[in-house]
Structures are given as C-alpha cells and as structure tokens.
Design a binder for this molecule. Structure first.
Ligand SMILES: [Zn+2]
Length: 145
C-alpha cells in the first residue's frame, strides 16, 4: 500500500457542506485531465476559487460576505435554497449536504474528512472516486459507492 496524502482538506469543504474534493470538476482539475468537448470542466473548488459558495451565495448574504464558515452556523439551516440543493443531491448522487453539515458540527471537521476519505476511496488505486459519476480520475475505474 502506497502512502498517500489525505486527499481532502477544510479548504475543500464548501459552506453548504459539499466536499469539492469528490466533485468531478475538481477531480478533472486536480488530475490535470485534458479540457475540451465531452470532458468535465475544471474547477479548483468553491472556497479556493472565490472563497464562498457557487450554489448559495447569490441567495445568501451571510455566505456571500463570509459571515459564516458553514451553513450549520445559521439558525435557519437548512434554508429553502440549501434544502432544494440537498434533495437534488440525495436523489441523484445519494449524498446529503445537510447530513455532512450535521456531521461536521457534531464530530468536527477532522472526523468528517476521515470518513469522507474512507467513503470515497477508490477500491482499485486508493485515490478518490467522484460522487457525480463514481469514477476514479486517477485509474479510470468506475466504482459502486
Ligand atoms: Zn483509482
């Protein structure tokens, strides 16, 4: 077993609870995939890119102005916008931002990052499997999550 750096960091967890490290657009970027037609677009992550959230910021002044680090700090969590995003992700990708946020709040960011690493580890090479297409962008294997 080759020792690998932990793939996820606090910087990769967006305010909405999304782990940018399992997004196919981030994995295409971090693995230097060719850009172009039929290829996923490249993204360096919500926080690294603009220090807030691509989904929520237009609808939420607290996220846009960085008054909160994570949406769980907001009393109204989940707001309508986050609920909509969350239910879409639960249906399509079997992942919940709201559950992620509760986990970060209850167990802390380090336990959350470790659990994410275990959940999305590629069974073939130990890299990361994307939540969007269950594909490992290091070895190309498509895994069941
Ligand atoms: Zn792999």
């Amino acid at each position: 077993m080759i020792f690998m750096e932990p793939p996820f960091t606090l910087e990769l967890i967006a305010p909405c609870g999304m782990n940018c490290g399992i997004c196919k657009n981030y994995l295409a970027f971090s693995h230097g995939l060719p850009k172009g037609k039929g290829q996923p677009s490249h993204c360096s992550g919500c926080r690294p890119r603009n220090k807030n959230c691509a989904f929520i910021k237009r609808n939420c002044i607290k996220v846009a102005q960085q008054q909160v680090q994570f949406c769980y700090e907001c009393q109204g969590m989940p707001c309508e916008k986050l609920s909509k995003l969350d239910s879409g992700y639960q249906k399509r990708y079997h992942m919940s931002m709201v559950e992620n946020l509760k986990d970060i709040k209850n167990r802390g960011i380090n336990a959350f990052l470790e659990a994410q690493q275990a959940r999305y580890r590629c069974p073939n090479c130990g890299d990361v499997v994307s939540v969007h297409d269950r594909k490992c962008y290091a070895c190309g294997k498509v895994a069941q999550l």
